[in-house]
Design a protein around this ligand. Structure first.
Ligand SMILES: [Zn+2]
Length: 88
């Protein structure tokens, strides 16, 4: 891995652009890049080593089922069976 220095350009994933874009190094710890700034949108963030960030939290299947259930559902009133009288 080539040595990096402050101001060097590297590729990283920008969560704003949602793309792998050119970033410049803005912070380092030892020889490790810690922070980078997107050269497209100037968004500064931790160096992700080109990986996309964690996925957005999506509701679990269980939560989706819960959400699909209307809590205000009322029981349908049962119809009383009518007795038919035979009239002569
Ligand atoms: Zn960006």
């Amino acid at each position: 891995m080539p040595e990096m220095r402050l101001g060097d350009i590297l590729d990283d994933y920008c969560s704003r652009c949602r793309l792998l874009t050119d970033h410049s190094v803005v912070a380092m710890v030892g020889e490790q890049v810690r922070k980078v700034r997107c050269r497209t949108c100037h968004y500064e963030h931790h160096y992700r080593q080109g990986k996309a960030g964690p996925r957005k939290n999506q509701p679990s299947a269980y939560e989706q089922v819960l959400a699909s259930i209307n809590p205000l559902v009322q029981p349908v009133p049962a119809e009383k069976p009518r007795r038919k009288r035979k009239t002569r």
